[in-house]
Ligand binder design. Structure first.
Ligand SMILES: *Cc1c(COP(=O)(O)O)cnc(C)c1O
Length: 319
């Protein structure tokens, strides 16, 4: 197992320069008062295709050989990774096939097709998506890019935190949304290099705390598909690579309930005029409910994405 390093994040940053947006870092007095801290929001909801996943997807596809590029990329995803691979493939001029759950949010299915990818749907409660995608990749000679357990994906995701630390300097605490751990492990590589004393935390849905269980027990724990509003973090298990990085570089993992995610969605909309998807709210919800004493601290909050149907958003925040 060869783990990516901060050098790989630096190389990824050069590869995505001019392709990915350098997203803004926003501040909010209300958030500062709420947490008693100085809070820096890294807004990947403003990234291309609406989430940080463009960074890792583009970095992985940009490294294809000419032969791989001719055959194209294949991905399985509950949403944002699909769009990231579809858009990256279009930019790089290669075909893409995306395997998506039938019940993925309508906006995500439509957006993926809109980027020109071929979409194949499956039943995520009955079929094994990994086996299905491996079979498809073999049949068509395409290169499978997994959503998080891949060195180039992890390195690409780490570029968001790299930008944050380069813009605002060192932090005391850094909260990152956690599904399979691509974003968290990449962020940890950047944090350890650019702000070595910063505590780095993952935040996952309370109903799907496999990461927390894994970090605490020292082995990768697998759970049933969790039922949560955070559809981007319904993963059952951390990856091999992501777990190794998280276990050596991440300080703790917190959880957030669906109610806390909705509170954060409402906060972002009302106070910061931003649309953030439930999964993207994990970091703030975790910071607010962690029980840590953040008073006077410099705190980073990584907002991972903003893709949600407007009707769904309205339903959640008015409930
Ligand atoms: C994929 C995703 C996550 C989780 O990222 P991992 O790298 O799987 O941990 C969090 N938020 C959003 C918006 C996502 O799309």
């Amino acid at each position: 197992m060869i783990l990516p390093t901060y050098d790989d994040v630096v190389a990824a940053a050069a590869r995505i320069a001019g392709r990915a947006h350098k997203t803004p870092v926003l501040r909010s007095r209300t958030a500062n008062t709420m947490l008693g801290a100085e809070v820096f929001f890294k807004c990947e909801n403003f990234q291309r295709m609406g989430a940080f996943k463009f960074r890792g997807g583009f970095n992985a596809l940009a490294r294809f050989t000419p032969e791989q590029k001719k055959r194209g990329a294949l991905a399985f995803s509950s949403g944002n990774h699909a769009q990231a691979i579809a858009l990256s493939a279009r930019i790089l001029g290669m075909p893409a096939v995306i395997l998506m759950p039938q019940d993925a949010p309508a906006a995500k299915l439509a957006a993926t097709r809109g980027y020109g990818a071929e979409v194949i749907t499956f039943d995520r409660f009955k079929e094994d998506r990994e086996a299905l995608s491996r079979q498809l990749a073999e049949e068509r000679g395409m290169t499978l890019i997994p959503p998080f357990d891949h060195a180039d994906v992890i390195a690409g995701q780490g570029t968001a935190a790299k930008e944050l630390f380069e813009e605002v300097g060192e932090l005391d605490h850094f909260f990152v949304c956690l599904g399979g751990g691509g974003l968290l492990s990449g962020s940890a590589l950047s944090a350890r290099a650019l702000s070595p004393r910063c505590k780095v935390y993952g935040v996952e849905p309370e109903a799907g705390n496999d990461g927390q269980q894994s970090l605490r027990s020292g082995q990768r724990i697998k759970i049933a598909v969790p039922q949560t509003l955070a559809d981007g973090a319904q993963t059952q298990q951390l990856g091999h690579l992501t777990f190794e990085i998280i276990r050596s570089k991440v300080d703790d993992i917190f959880t957030a309930t669906d109610g806390q995610l909705v509170d954060s969605m409402r906060f972002y909309a009302e106070r910061m005029k931003m649309l953030v998807e439930p999964t993207g709210c994990l970091s703030l919800a975790g910071a607010a409910s962690s029980g840590l004493d953040l008073r006077g601290a410099r705190v980073g909050v990584l907002i991972s994405g903003g893709n949600i149907d407007l009707s769904r958003f309205a339903q959640l925040v008015s409930g």
